[in-house]
Design a protein. Structure first.
Length: 449
């Protein structure tokens, strides 16, 4: 919600701090860089300490700095402070963004896990929609863009309270086995961070799906930051009139319904394929989803300038397609990585995906647009942003290739993880038998006086 709120009020922020497109792109880049730097830290902590406390601290921090950023004074000389506060927000978001899926993984398994993850990832399109809708309307009602940054922190504080008081924190690996977790079980026993990284990087499916995920992040980061301003300039150049609240309304509705439809469709189709057609269903669905997203985005950028309705139709198609990946890509990680390494694997995947993806994409798009033209008129800005965003379809098709290669290794990596879990169960059974035998011997052997 918070990230997309910035996109909805970006033209006003540019005016407040007197920014060009390249400088405006730094706002998202700073946020993502701090997020990716601290993701491995929270992944390490999440595999070893109380996850609810870590998420609570992160939510409080993120809400506080987001609220504080709304009070930074206008003027280019104060832009650095706004960037620092946005960066601190990335630290807070890294906490719950990394840890939450691992808690779900420890509560559910199989198809129930996929369904639970689908519900969890519905928060992305719904939160994005609320960011556009509430942010732009609150800003317009309050006559200041700063008011848009007051809504998400209130929701964050409420979420932090619910997390610390009511959220369940199951044992790691709880869903994979009903046996007790012992220190000798290498599938559940936390090892050193270096050992964790070495192990997960030896999993080809994890590496390939992470590269595909980076391509998805590159596109999402660019669109989350620049799509609304681009449509704003397109509509203004075509009709001579456009308002941020109107763009926010349309974008919010499209992200909400397109995103919800994409998440549900992706989870359902992947589940059906895995059960009835092919075990590689998750990777295939990811490949198809990101390819369709790239195609829709290309058609939007090329033909959307001719008619605003055409632009909105392809925006909806692209949003639907890109969110198809949400559940399957996380499912791939959760069933190819042992429980004790999942937070670390999730953190490392997020960090590398952000580093190669949306940490740079908003800045790159802005820099290309500024290289095309420095004219701030709506027609010039529409042309520059549309052509700079054409890099995203290429990245989407690159991601499609990574997911297709991942489908070739997925089944084998899944078997390796199950074998590790099975070995752990055998260890646990052996320990139980030894314990029972010792108890019998103690009962039969009289104590010495």
């Amino acid at each position: 919600m918070d990230r997309v709120t910035i996109s909805g009020i970006l033209p006003d922020i540019k005016k407040a701090f007197n920014l060009n497109n390249r400088q405006a792109g730094i706002i998202q880049t700073v946020f993502i860089i701090s997020y990716l730097i601290f993701s491995p830290v929270f992944g390490f902590l999440g595999d070893r300490y109380n996850r609810n406390i870590i998420m609570f601290i992160g939510l409080i921090m993120w809400s506080s700095v987001t609220f504080a950023s709304s009070f930074v004074a206008d003027g280019k000389q104060n832009f650095w402070l706004f960037l620092v506060l946005r960066g601190c927000g990335g630290i807070g978001e890294a906490s719950y963004g990394i840890i939450a899926p691992t808690i779900i993984a420890d509560l559910f398994s199989g198809r129930k896990r996929s369904a639970a993850l689908a519900i969890y990832f519905l928060s992305v399109p719904v939160g994005s929609a609320l960011g556009f809708l509430i942010g732009t309307f609150v800003a317009e009602a309050a006559k200041t863009w700063r008011a848009a940054l007051w809504v998400a922190p209130a929701v964050g504080i409420l979420a932090a309270i619910v997390c610390i008081l009511f959220n369940e924190n199951p044992p790691r690996g709880n869903a994979e086995t009903n046996s007790d977790v012992t220190d000798d079980w290498q599938g559940f026993q936390a090892t050193s961070w270096i050992d964790d990284i070495k192990a997960i990087l030896k999993t080809p499916t994890y590496v390939l799906s992470s590269l595909g995920y980076a391509c998805q992040f590159f596109t999402l980061g660019a669109l989350a930051f620049w799509a609304a301003p681009t449509i704003y300039y397109i509509q203004f150049s075509l009709t001579g009139h456009a308002t941020l609240s109107q763009i926010g309304l349309y974008f919010g509705l499209i992200l909400c319904f397109g995103g919800i439809g994409g998440v549900i469709t992706g989870a359902a189709v992947a589940g059906y394929l895995k059960k009835n057609v092919m075990k590689e269903g998750d990777a295939i669905v990811c490949a198809i989803g990101i390819a369709l997203s790239g195609t829709s985005l290309y058609l939007c950028l090329v033909f959307g300038a001719l008619n605003i309705v055409v632009a909105w139709i392809f925006v909806f198609a692209g949003s639907f397609a890109i969110f198809i990946l949400s559940t399957p890509v996380t499912d791939i990680l959760l069933y190819t990585v042992p429980p004790a390494r999942r937070s670390t694997a999730e953190a490392f995947q997020i960090a590398t995906s952000h580093l190669l993806g949306d940490a740079a994409s908003p800045y790159i798009i802005g820099a290309i647009a500024d290289a095309i033209t420095l004219n701030k008129g709506p027609i010039a800005q529409s042309f520059a942003l549309r052509y700079s965003l054409l890099i995203c379809p290429f990245v989407c098709f690159l991601g499609c290739g990574f997911y297709l290669f991942a489908s070739l290794t997925l089944v084998n990596d899944r078997k390796k993880m199950l074998q590790l879990i099975g070995n752990n169960n055998n260890v646990g059974e052996n320990q139980r038998i030894v314990s029972e035998n010792n108890n019998i011997l103690n009962e039969k052997t009289p104590l010495l006086p």
